[in-house]
Ligand binder design. Structure first.
Ligand code: NAP
Length: 462
């Protein structure tokens, strides 16, 4: 039997599946099939491609519970949240079905009057996507759907912790593509424990034309360096350290609801999770007390159990990393308002935790927490608050709260991030360009911008 590796349920630590541990021969064969698939898919008119994408959207939606159960089992998130991710992840197929028929071009007279300038778009070519475990469905559909819409074949390497959801997605896509007479290998999944070997092998092969990655900044940098040899197109959706800035005149009821959304979605294991609550000094105590009450009400447990609102962390290593950040902050003088202790028993659980009076040099304010821990610090003038919010090497998401229109405008302009939520705790939308600046990477997923990542510009002089 060929090599396999195990998939573990992080709530129970039980093995729930085994998948192929592929190696070099399989990777290169998959790339060869992708090249073939590109030709066959190229014969599909935009409208035909759109209809296939729309069929994928319908099929995933019909099987929502099955997808959600698989995700909860391999990743841990509560079942209701997993169903939310199915809706969000499937939406990329619906959105890009609509974009497939709107790939832009333009024509204009050359300024010298000696001809016309025609600008068209062509598919980039075979794509490699590498995705993380935190949103096993949506982080890949944000890449697969625009690639298919643009006319590109794509090979996806899911995180080793969460391959099962992706294998299910591939099955649904193959059904829709082949039912329309398209190439079965348009979307292929390569599961492996050797992610570095896979990326090196495929990126060294001239047939690959693009790498799209979602994951940590460290790995993103490795991939950007590797992409240089073949000058691949690259999209890098990397880490975050989102500030959540609460101004003096904010509406605290709204702020609390949004704080819970921005912190606790996916148990805090989200790149746009609020990492740092930066609160005006006049509101800080009331905000912290109310946030602590809300966090203490969170029910931790197996995501399939009724009433559970916080599942386990993905691995023991991830949970221990969060605990270490909290312990470091407490040793530096932070106050634990709730949580802060790793519970006994099976599963990689970490409780909803609030830390106040966190010293500005504590590690937890400068690194991505990726867990259910809220840190609260204070500011007195708006300038100070904005400077604290922007005082990070990351620039993915930022949240700002105020009831004053001038302050809101200022926050929108001055918060340095690829995405800014004003009086909003949830900002993800398939119709909007998701992505960061600074050490959070480059490229955008979703929106009209998302498909551009999979298209080359071609200029025709006529
Ligand atoms: P990670 O360790 O960077 O892993 C992400 C993916 O990269 C996994 O599939 C992993 O495979 C693979 N990988 C690891 N080392 C590699 C290498 N040397 N070469 C090629 N591939 C490699 O990140 P993670 O811990 O899974 O995910 C959390 C991170 O993702 C956080 O930093 C989060 O902010 C970021 N994220 C960003 C966004 C965004 O849109 N900006 C969205 C979600 C998450 P294996 O695990 O199988 O080794």
């Amino acid at each position: 039997m060929s090599a396999q590796f195990e998939v573990v349920n992080p709530a129970t630590e039980e093995v729930i599946g085994r998948v192929a541990d592929t190696g070099k021969d399989e990777w290169l064969a998959a790339l060869g099939r992708a090249v073939q698939a590109q030709q066959a898919w190229g014969e599909f008119a935009p409208r035909q491609r759109a209809e296939v994408l729309r069929a994928v959207y319908e099929k995933i939606t019909e099987r929502t519970d099955e997808f959600a159960r698989t995700m909860t089992a391999e990743m841990g998130k509560p079942f209701a949240e997993a169903k939310g991710e199915v809706a969000y992840g499937a939406e990329y197929f619906r959105w890009f079905a609509e974009e497939a028929v709107r790939i832009p071009g333009r024509i204009g007279r050359a300024p010298a009057g000696n001809g016309d300038i025609l600008v068209t778009r062509t598919p980039v070519g075979p794509v490699l996507a590498i995705t993380p475990w935190n949103f096993p469905l949506a982080m890949a559909t944000r890449k697969i759907a625009p690639a298919m819409a643009a006319g590109c074949p794509i090979v996806v390497k899911p995180a080793a912790e969460t391959p099962l959801t992706m294998l299910l997605v591939a099955e649904v896509i193959a059904e829709a593509v082949t039912a329309a007479g398209g190439p079965r290998d348009l979307v292929q999944i390569l599961t492996t424990t050797d992610s570095a070997g896979l990326s090196q092998t495929l990126m060294a092969d001239e047939r690959l034309r693009k790498i799209t990655f979602t994951g940590s900044t460290n790995v993103g940098k490795i991939l950007v360096k590797q992409s240089a040899d073949n000058l691949l197109r690259t999209s890098m959706e990397l880490g975050g350290n989102a500030p959540f800035l609460v101004c003096e005149d904010a509406d605290l009821d709204l702020v609390l609801d949004c704080a819970m959304q921005a912190k606790m979605r996916n148990g805090g294991e989200a790149c746009i999770a609020a990492n740092r609550f930066i609160v005006h000094e006049s509101l800080a105590e009331e905000f912290t007390a109310r946030l602590t009450r809300r966090m203490a009400e969170v029910t931790m447990g197996n995501g399939m159990d009724d009433g559970v609102t916080l599942g386990p962390m993905i691995t023991a290593k991830q949970r221990d990393g969060i605990a270490a950040l909290v312990d470091d902050a407490v040793a530096a003088g932070a106050t634990v308002r709730c949580g802060g202790e790793v519970p006994e028993g099976k599963g990689y659980f970490y409780p909803a935790t609030v830390l106040s009076r966190v010293p500005s040099d504590a590690r937890i304010l400068h690194e991505e927490i990726f867990g259910p821990v809220a840190t609260v610090t204070t500011f007195s003038t708006l300038e100070e608050g904005i400077a604290a919010a922007n005082g990070t090497q990351f620039g993915l998401a930022a949240y700002g709260f105020s009831e004053n229109v001038h302050t809101c405008r200022r926050l929108a302009e001055e918060l340095t991030a690829g995405m800014v939520g004003i009086n909003r705790g949830a900002i993800s939308d398939a119709a909007a360009p998701f992505g960061g600046i600074k050490q959070s990477g480059f490229g955008r997923e979703g929106g009209a911008e998302g498909i551009e990542e999979y298209l080359d510009v071609k200029y025709l002089a006529l």
